[in-house]
Structure formats: structure tokens, C-alpha cells
Design a protein around this ligand. Sequence first.
Ligand code: PRX
Length: 576
Amino acid sequence: MKSDVYTKHPDPKKPANLDDYDRVYRSFDWKQARKEIDWFDGVTMNAAYNAIDRHTQTWRKNKIALYWEDEDGSTKQYTFEQLSLLSNKMGNILKDFGVTRGQRVFIFLPRVPELYISFLGILKIGAIAGTLFSAFQEQALADRLGNSDAEVVITNTELKKRIDKVRSKLPALKHIITIDSPDFATSMEHASDELHIAHMDPDEYAFMLYTSGTTGKPKGVVHVHRAILQEHMTAKWVLDLRDDDTYWCTADPGWVTGIAYEILGSWSCGVTAVVFAGRFDPKRWYQLLDKYKVTVWYTAPTAIRMLMAAGSALVKEFDLSALRHMCSVGEPLNPEAITWAIKTFDKPFHDTWWQTETGAISIANFPCLDIKIGSMGKPVPGIHAAIVDDTGRECKPNEEGHIAIKPKWPSMMHTIWRRPQKYKSYFEHGWYISGDRGMRDADGYFWFIGRADDVIKTAGERVGPFEVESALVAHPGVVEAGVIGKPDAMRGEIIKAFVVLTESQKSKVKSQKSADAFKEELSQYVKKHLAGHSYPREIEFIDKLPKTRSGKIMRRILKAKEMGLPIGDTSTLEEY
Ligand code: PRX
């Protein structure tokens, strides 16, 4: 691949945490990472203990672990010791509710401190934490809480109303804890801040996240305590976190990035983290970088493109001289975004590639390596990543194939909750097949090409077309729907729906005005039932959907038509 190269000039007095990639890649083995974390008896461990509690035995006890700020500017701060004691209390409250090892406790909260405290408390008692975006609506909640058989949900009074609406579909749900209720305040006050932290086998489940594929309902990707090994090493090597850093990860813990690099891996490195609970706003983001003197920043391409659109003049109003390292994840990072960053911040964003399933960064641009602008970088030491063809053979340099990883690695998912076959389907010919297509050049840099399936990436969020189609057909005016990702300069992709209407609905949308009004109604309908971010921004009415003879919607054809591309092989299609 031909590309511009950003050449690094490392300062020998301040080497990166990983300063000789090739040497470490050649010699590293995950056993060496064992000494980076604490074990209870050489055998058992707890990821949350490693993230927080172990630091209370060191000088970091009174170090700020969390600077928190919300939309209206209220602030709070917590030391490692405070987070340790508060999460102990949370663990004790859950125990009082009868929560035991292995039970599922879900958190349905915006980014308030209680979200982080709850997550830690759940892991500390050996239960499995699940996170839910606060944008989720009834159907999304019912699917996830139903499939996981969650026993407890931790939420607030406002969001609880959505759970109440679907509670009859959730027989396993025994308790809903509302963190803004007087009862909760009293419980926190009275709960003991001493807790016996569960000694977990490294392969015991720690947390789960629902994510989308092409077909079916969202699937529960389950991670184990051992994942902290890789989360820690990558936070150290890729994010380059050090003790004097102030680190801001802009992700929500409803997403795996917010768990691995806002809670577990980053705190395991003992870093001071900033959490902003408000909405995206360019000026506010720069204000935060300036106010907290953020040194390491981990964000996503859509946000970067939105900052670009807000212009470089705005940046100059702030003092961002503390920033020393910037990373990006979640969707392709276009070369323009990197060149803009170099011009504006005098440093590039370092792209990182991974997935909910991989549990931690797998391929990355390392601080010590030159960046081939547009490439995702090289595999993390200890990760054998490759480009393989359909038979599992490794492709030659610059040949397109599946991005694959040789199992196992410490943060690899351990199962798909209650769907063992689905879990198995990820592994072929001795490889984990990621579902992404890419290539590797002769220098070993990986390049992203696209998804091998119909999964949509809109503003970094992973959306399954089936979920959106199901939400659309629940509307009485809709017969069927086909949903695709349509390329978009800002959001990477937007959700576009092709909808077949009932005859009576068709007669109601004859004029442009009524058609537009009904499209808006459908968008809102999906938003209301599914989630704020998974609604179609574009809708087109269509008489018939292209389908295979067995009745499967051919989204590939919808996409080709939308983009004016050749439709390709239609031999399996029913008449179209
Ligand atoms: O398609 C790839 C894209 O995001 C997918 C994983 O999404 P999710 O499970 O939500 O996790 C994202 C955060 C870890 C991948 O299969 N993706 C992720 N990182 C990149 C990317 N696409 C291109 N470049 C990346 N750096």
C-alpha cells in the first residue's frame, strides 16, 4: 500500500513504555504479563481488585483515580481508596440482595460515578456485570435482560420507567436498584466498606456485553477476569499510560472500550482518569482537555471528524499543550483526520483495531513506530494476527482476506451467552475470524478494507440490520423492511431502511408531504422502541425487497443499488 508516513523521533530521555516493538514482539509471551498484576495465591485473581484495590496498598492510595464532570459542569473526584471503599459498599448491598457468584447484574445508567462503582462492586463479589447504554429503549432492554436472565438491574428513577414497561417479560429479574432513591442513599450509608473480594479462577466470567451481528438478536459476548492481563498490557503499550498522566477516554461503558479502557486496563495502570458525562460538543471537549490538562486521549473517528468540521480556529482558544498521545478506535480512521490532527495538535491520532469479542486492543499503531497514515498498525505482542483466505491459508502481502487471530489470547471472549453454536461459528481452520476484511503489507502493517457481513457501523456504534428491520416491521403500516449501512462522510455510515408498506398505508402516503411525515414517524418509532442511535436516518419506500429463493433479504443488492454499483451474482435470487 502506498501512503504517507508520519515518522517518529523518539526522545531517548522519555522512551515510550514499549520502545522496541520488534524485540518485544519476537520475545513476548503472556506468561511475562503475569507479574504486572496481583494474584491472591498465585492462582486466583479479580479484575476489579487489580483495577482499583491493589493501588490502595501503595502510594497511589490517595491519588485521584477519577475526575468526573457532567453536562451542567458539576464535578466530583475520587481517590483510588474512595473507589475501593464505595465499591466494597456496593458489593455488600448486592450481597444483601442475595446476589451470588455468576449471577448477572446489569447496569442501566448514564456515565454517573455510580456506574463505575457498581461495575467494580459486581466484579468484586464474583457476579457478572452487564452494561446497557442509557439510550436503550424497551425492545433493546427486553432482548438483553431477557437473554441474560439478569437478576438485578442498577438504574435511576427516570430510566427505571423503561424497564417497568417490559418487566412482565423478565421473569428472572428480582430487584431493581435505583441509585437516586432515598433507600439507596440509606443503604450506602449503612453498608460496610469492608468486603471479602472474591478470589476468581482467571477463566471465571467477569462481564458481558451485547453486540450485533448480521442476523438474529444481539448476542451476549462474555469476558473473563483473565482479560485484565491484556487490557493492562495494551493500556501500557498502546495508550502508553504512566503515573503522571491524566487520561480521558471518551467512550461509554455500554461499549467495550468504556469497560476495557475507562475502568479495567487504564485503572490497572494506576492512571488518573477523566470522565465526562455530557454530550459531544467541540468547544466543551477542548475545554475539558484544557481544564484537566489531559495528556492521553482515546476517542473515535466520528468525534474526530466532527472536531475537524468545527474548525481549527476553535482549538487555538485553548491551551492543549499537555496533550502528548492520542488514540482512536471503532471505525476506519481516514487519513484526512490524521493529517488534520498533525496540523492542529502537532501529533497524530494512533489508530487501534479490536472488537467486543477480542476484549482488548489487538492491532495498533504503537508510540514507538512510524505511522503509515491510513493503516491500523501492527499486532500487539502476544497476538498472532493474520490475513487468511476462506480455507485458513495465510495470504501474501497486499492480498485481501479475513482479518484473523490465532486463538487463544487472554482477553478473548469465552462464550456467547446461551449460544454455544454461535460462539463456535467464529472459529474456522484454527483461526478466530473477525468478520472484517483487510490486508497486510510487506512491512507487516494491517489495512482495513470493510466488513465481510452486513453489520452497520454508524458513528462507531455497531448496529445489526436485523434488529432495526424487526423494529420497523412491528409498526402496523409496514409489511417488511431491509436495512443497510450507507456510506456517510461524517458518521462512517448511516442506517438506511427500505420499507414495504401495507396497501392501506400506501394509500395514505401518496403525497410527498405525507410520505415524508410517515418516514419521520417510522424513524421515531424505531428510536422509541430500540435505541436513540439505531434509527434509520434515511427511509425509502419500495414495492418489493430482493430476496433469495429461501426468503432471505439480500441486503447486498440493496446496498449495491443504493451506491450505483453492479448488482453481482443474482443466481440465488427469486425474481427481482
Ligand atoms: O468493523 C470493525 C470496526 O468495529 C468492529 C468492532 O466493533 P465493536 O465490537 O463495537 O468494537 C469496537 C471497539 C473495540 C470491527 O469488527 N473497527 C474497530 N476498530 C476499527 C474498526 N474498523 C476500522 N478501523 C479500526 N481501527
